[in-house]
Design a binder for this molecule. Sequence first.
Ligand code: TRP
Length: 339
Amino acid sequence: MSGSNPTNRIFSGVQPTGGLHLGNYLGAIRNWVRLQKDYECIFCVVDMHAITVWQDPVALRKATHEVAAAYIACGIDPEENILFHQSANPNHAELAWIFNCVARMGWLNRMTQFKDKAGKNRENASTGLFVYPNLMAADILAYKATHVPVGEDQKQHLELTRDIATKFNNDFGAEDFFPLPEPVIQKEAARIMSLRDGAKKMSKSDPSEYSRLIMTDGPDEIAQKLRKAKTDPEPLPSEMDGLEDRPEARNLVSIYAALQDIDDATALSRVAGKQFKDFKEELTDVAVTKLGPIGDEMKRLMAAPDHIEAILHKGGERAREISEPILRDVYDIVGFVGR
Ligand code: TRP
């Protein structure tokens, strides 16, 4: 058996869906940048998960470039960390097959994301969508990752990963072979809402482009979208209590705070009493200063897709160097004659 288990290895995945927005940045990517100093980080663009629902091939490749560019532009160093696309390392699919034989139908039937995504037309959902969580477990356990930063919506999948690890270890009498990965819950992760409706999460699938700031928006688009952002007639209050029942105002204050890395109450104290017209101008300045350089860098990187692909392929090789010995052990444990 190959060596001792790691103690602080992070695996995290993002689907290449394109149109990354402010919610993705403030709620997720920005926080991973902070993890790189405390953990050995493996960041993966999960293209194999993406195809569990139909993806146009040209758009998929472009979205893969875009997510990789976003990671780098936001400050993830692809030399310090590993950054790659899932399909570059066949170990994910290989381990996922074994997990298809470990996980139980009953477990997967309970997954709320499958129910939401398959909707009423279950019969027409891809079988990949059903076993999606097994592939996610393989992503994490192929590296014996110990920590996984997850949002609320992925907690159930991480629980399932732990169940799969436990059953594998028990079934094969391989005590402690797979570690049970822990969630990394991000306290500071901002929950960013739509600019048109403070009760809805900012989302790429909202039909209104004015509902979100896209990471590649320029100063004019940022200014225009914020000018049109929904508000109410009252000036900003001086205390957080005054934002209750004012979801749009609250959201803009949260965005203003998160972009400057300060808490909401401190942010509010800087703009208390202002009319929205003035506050929005200030918010636009902050947003342009913070997002402008990231968007520019993303565009620069995306203009050179060969360079991005070279980074991803190199990352894929480094990823495989870690997972290959683990897969070899798994094959041995399962009783395959070997690789
Ligand atoms: N399912 C995750 C999502 O949609 C993406 C993902 C795939 C992931 N594999 C992962 C996240 C492994 C964390 C760890 O957001």
